[in-house]
Design a protein around this ligand. Structure first.
Ligand code: XIL
Length: 298
C-alpha cells in the first residue's frame, strides 16, 4: 500500500500520529493526517490539566475535537493520559493523601466515562517509574498516596469503559533495562492478581541509535499476555534516522502482539523536540527518507 496507515492495516495494525487541536486548521497538516494515518492521539488535550482545570469541572472541548477528527477519519483514537505526574492542574498539585487519591480516581472515572466506547486504548498511567538503575517507582504526589495507586486507576478505568484497552505507558524502556524490568514485574504482578491491564506503551523518544534488544523487550512483555504499542515515536535527526525508524517498524512487525505505532507529531515543525527534526515529514510537509524507510518496512 502507498500510505502508512493502509500499509499497517495490511497486517491488522495501525499507524498513528499525535495531533494538536490548534493545528487542525492547517491545510497541509490536515492533508497529511487524513492521507497517511489511521490512528490519532491527543498531544495534550486529554491530559488532566486540560480536562479538569478546576476540581470537579470538566472541559472536553479540545479533547472532543481530537476525538471527532479521529472519528471523521475512521481512525482509532488513543486516549492520553488519565494520570501522570506532569501537566496536572494546580489544584491537584496542591493536594495530597486521601484527598489527592480520591480526586485522581474520580478524574479517571469521569474522563473515561465521558469517552466511553470511543477510545481504542487509554494510557491510564503515564511515566510512573524512575529513570536509572533502581527499577523502582518514581517519587510523585500520586505515588505518595500509596503504592496501589496504579492498580486503583486501572480498576476505575475498566469500570468506566470496559471496551477500552488499558495501557501503562513510559519512556526509556526501549531495551531490557532496570526501568523496563521494573515495569515488566508490575505487569506480571497485575496479570497474576487479575488487575485489569491490556497493553504497555513504549514511548520510544529515541536518539541516534536503537538498542539491539528493542524487539526482544517488546516480545517479553507480549509474552506476559498484553499487547504492546509504540506510542510516541520520534528519532533524533542524523545520518541514522531512517535506519532507526526502520528498526522500530521491523521490531513491531515481528511481534504479533505489537498492534500499532504512533509518531509524536506530523512535520518536524510540529514536534515538541524543537530543532531536532525527529519526525517523518519536513517543515514543508515533504516526506523524508525516514518516511520511505518506514513505508518499506511495514
Ligand atoms: C508533550 C507534548 O508533546 C508537549 O506539547 C507538551 O508541552 C508536553 O508534553 N511524554 C508524554 C507526552 O507522555 O505527553 C509528552 O508530550 C512528551 C513526553
Amino acid at each position: 500500500a502507498s500510505t502508512l496507515g493502509a500499509s499497517a492495516a495490511q497486517t491488522g495494525r495501525y499507524y498513528g500520529a499525535a495531533i494538536a487541536a490548534g493545528r487542525l486548521g492547517d491545510a497541509t497538516y490536515t492533508r497529511i493526517l487524513t492521507t497517511e494515518f489511521n490512528s490519532v492521539t491527543p498531544e495534550n488535550e486529554m491530559k488532566w490539566d486540560a480536562t479538569e482545570p478546576s476540581q470537579g469541572r470538566f472541559t472536553y472541548t479540545n479533547g472532543d475535537r481530537i476525538l471527532n477528527q479521529g472519528v471523521a477519519m475512521g481512525a482509532k483514537v488513543r486516549g492520553h493520559a488519565l494520570l501522570w505526574h506532569q501537566q496536572q492542574p494546580s489544584w491537584a498539585q496542591s493536594l495530597s493523601g486521601t484527598a489527592l487519591r480520591n480526586a485522581a480516581i474520580n478524574h479517571v472515572t469521569q474522563v473515561a466515562t465521558h469517552y466511553k466506547g470511543k477510545i481504542y486504548a487509554w494510557d491510564v498511567v503515564n511515566e510512573a517509574f524512575a529513570d536509572g538503575g533502581s527499577g523502582a517507582r518514581r517519587d510523585s504526589n500520586l505515588q505518595r498516596t500509596g503504592n496501589d495507586w496504579i492498580e486503583a486507576a486501572f480498576r476505575a478505568a475498566r469500570a468506566a469503559d470496559p471496551a477500552a484497552k488499558l495501557c501503562y505507558n513510559d519512556y526509556n524502556t526501549d531495551g531490557v533495562n532496570a526501568k523496563s524490568t521494573g515495569i515488566y514485574n508490575m505487569v506480571r504482578d497485575f496479570k497474576s492478581r487479575g488487575v485489569p491491564i491490556d497493553c504497555v506503551g513504549f514511548q520510544s523518544h529515541l536518539g541516534t541509535g536503537l538498542p539491539g534488544d528493542y524487539q526482544a523487550n517488546l516480545q517479553r512483555f507480549a509474552d506476559l499476555g498484553v499487547d504492546v504499542q509504540i506510542t510516541e515515536l520520534d528519532v533524533a535527526q542524523g545520518s541514522n534516522q531512517a535506519n532507526v525508524y526502520a528498526g522500530v517498524t521491523r521490531a513491531c512487525m515481528a511481534v504479533s502482539r505489537c498492534t500499532g505505532i504512533t509518531v509524536w507529531g506530523i512535520r518536524d515543525s510540529d514536534s515538541w523536540r524543537t530543532g531536532e527534526n525527529p519526525l517523518l515529514f519536513d517543515n514543508s510537509g515533504n516526506k523524508k527518507a525516514a518516511y520511505t524507510s518506514v513505508l518499506n518496512a511495514l
